[in-house]
Design a binder for this molecule. Structure first.
Ligand code: SAH
Ligand code: SF4
Length: 356
């Protein structure tokens, strides 16, 4: 019998797979809250059960194949899957200053982990390195969950430490909707990693029908839309799938999506020099997003060998952002985190493949 990945199972599924079922809670606790690396360590389980679990399940499906740390503290991981395929995740650490009860300034890090949902991607965006390698396969729920667990362990991050998850690594999350939904639930389990859906953001290139499907599940996650262009011709050039799911269909789907009324929908806009960095585009964006509680994140295009697009000038980036702000749209410029280790998706894996 082929072994099953333990992390693929929700607690309910695990409780159905083992006897007696109440042990599922204990196993979850060992795996996610005590960082157990073997079944042998799970001392409060009967010996026979530990042996049985060992025979049936893979505890950890990922191996760290490579790791690069940027000068700004960003760490990029290349993980190897059980079938030898590779994908990557990024740990972002942002320093936060807060005052404690005595009014003293305390510094602590805010952790965000960027996870992959597929090996490769079918969407084929012209600016994205992940797209160049084509589509290989979907990740299972457990392979998505394991990225966060392994990064927490590798950095000695306390199990109870709060963190955020963004589905912005390799792949289109909504093209792997069932496993994505399962991963969201496993992350949120109180006996597990306990990362509330409110702290999870699904980034999508805009499969409108799947945005609706995710919304119907009512999981409480946030969405981020990779907009990148405000007219359909240009957007189709950048994201070929825009032919099937055009800008208006995405905007309509966003309006139907159940959103926490205190929160905003994030629109990501990858800025490419002389392609979409003009004020005319900013003007169109104001119109397009009117009526949506939106936040725009402007991202510097990160060039890679073989691509003609260029990084925008900081002054054009700022002019674009300022125009949006002056017209009442919340906008920020995303720092290029980890630029010295090419933290934009797909780039570490690509380097590794070249070296083979
Ligand atoms: N497929 C989903 C999520 C993964 S892509 C989506 O497209 O939204 C994650 C992010 O990487 C996207 O916001 C995309 O804009 C960004 N990205 C891709 N290629 C990039 C590049 N060359 N430079 C900077 N960001 C890039
Ligand atoms: Fe896929 Fe996102 Fe890259 Fe487009 S940007 S190819 S949707 S991973």
């Amino acid at each position: 019998m082929e072994k099953q990945i333990l992390l693929d199972l929700t607690k309910e599924e695990l409780s159905q797979a083992i006897k007696p079922s109440f042990r599922a809670k204990q196993i979850y606790n060992w795996v996610y809250a005590q960082y157990a690396n073997s079944f042998e360590e799970m001392q409060n389980l009967p010996k026979a059960m530990r042996a049985d679990l060992e025979e049936r399940f893979i505890l950890n499906p990922l191996k760290i194949a490579n790791k690069e740390e940027s000068s700004d503290g960003t760490i990029k991981y290349l993980f190897e899957l059980p079938d030898g395929k590779t994908m990557e995740s990024v740990l972002l650490r942002m320093k936060k200053e807060e005052r404690d009860i005595e009014g003293k300034l305390v510094h602590h890090a805010k952790y965000t982990i960027c996870v992959s949902t597929q090996v490769g991607c079918k969407v084929g965006c012209s600016f994205c390195l992940t797209a160049k390698g084509g589509f290989v396969r979907d990740l299972t729920a457990g392979e998505i969950v394991a990225q966060v667990l392994e990064i927490k362990k590798d950095n000695n991050i306390a199990p109870e430490r709060r963190m955020n998850i963004v589905y912005m690594g390799m792949g289109e999350p909504l093209d792997n909707l069932d496993n994505l939904a399962k991963a969201i639930k496993i992350f949120a389990d109180d006996d597990g990693l306990s990362i509330s859906p409110k702290r999870q953001t699904v980034s999508t290139s805009g499969l409108s029908t799947k945005i609706d499907a995710l919304g119907k599940m009512d999981l409480g996650v946030h969405i981020a839309i990779s907009l990148h262009a405000v007219d359909d011709d240009l957007r189709t050039e950048l994201i070929p799938m825009n032919k099937a799911y055009n800008i208006q269909s995405i905007i309509d789907a966003v309006k139907r999506f159940p959103i926490d009324t205190r929160k905003r929908v994030m629109f990501e806009y990858l800025v490419i020099k002389d392609v979409n960095d003009d004020i005319k585009s900013a003007k169109k964006m104001i119109k397009l997003l009117s009526g949506i509680k939106a936040k725009v994140n402007l991202i510097y295009f990160n060039p890679f060998p073989g691509v003609d697009y260029k990084r925008p000038e900081p002054k054009d980036m700022e002019r674009f952002a300022q125009y949006l702000i002056d017209h009442g749209l919340l906008a920020t410029i995303r720092e290029s985190k980890g630029i010295d280790i090419s933290a934009a998706c797909g780039q570490l894996r690509e380097k590794e493949l070249e070296a083979l």
